[in-house]
Unconditional design. Structure first.
Length: 223
């Protein structure tokens, strides 16, 4: 009986040896790949957390610089943020904040540069749209009407589309194109159904141009 068991165990051992000889290297490499990937993922997560912490600290520096009105410090902090943490949302927030301060201090070119960077770099459409609207507003102030219209003619998310249409109306009116401005304002009014306060502002612009959007909407409703 003992010999039978010994033979059986030997046979199983031989099978295991044969299996390992055939597949052992492949299994070893698979284990190395899996464990290596796990280690790399943990390392990446750690790196991301570290980067986020450093980016947050530098964003605080941008905030302090803008609060103090120190333009040289604002520009230096923003440059550091873009260079070291340009792929983070902290960099986008820093550029938007810096642009506001730069414009207030008369540094329009630097403000536009910061906003252009956000429009080109933002993977988050909300940040991209905010930058586009603010850039178009600066171009309107500079009487660069065609540049503003080009910016506003780009794709916007549904939430921002009404604001873009309203600002397009402002640009067209500034160009003396009242008919086109009315069309843009009407589009904005239609898209602002969920924002009654802002809708009233758009309606006031239409009223000033001799248009009642509510009457027009009733007239367009199929009977």
């Amino acid at each position: 009986m003992a010999k039978a068991l010994d033979l059986e165990e030997q046979e199983q051992l031989d099978q295991i040896k044969h299996f390992w000889k055939t597949w052992g290297n492949l299994i070893s490499w698979l284990l190395i790949a899996v464990l290596g990937s796990f280690a790399a993922w943990n390392a990446y997560q750690y790196w991301e957390r570290t980067q986020a912490t450093k980016a947050a600290a530098l964003y605080d520096e941008v905030e302090r610089a803008t609060a103090s009105g120190d333009i040289a410090r604002v520009e230096r902090s923003l440059a550091d943020m873009k260079d070291k943490f340009g792929s983070t949302q902290f960099a986008l927030q820093s550029a938007l904040l810096a642009a506001k301060t730069l414009q207030a201090q008369g540094k329009s070119d630097a403000a536009r540069e910061a906003l252009v960077w956000v429009t080109a770099s933002a993977s988050d459409k909300a940040y991209r749209d905010i930058a586009r609207l603010r850039l178009a507003a600066l171009q309107l102030d500079a009487k660069a009407y065609d540049d503003a219209l080009k910016q506003l003619g780009m794709e916007f998310t549904p939430t921002m589309a009404g604001l873009a249409a309203d600002l397009r109306g402002d640009v067209l009116q500034a160009k003396g194109q009242a008919t086109e401005a009315i069309g843009a304002y009407q589009q904005a009014w239609q898209k602002m159904a969920d924002f009654p306060d802002y809708r009233r502002l758009v309606q006031a612009k239409l009223n000033a141009l001799g248009v009642d959007p509510e009457s027009a909407a009733v007239a367009e409703t199929p009977k």
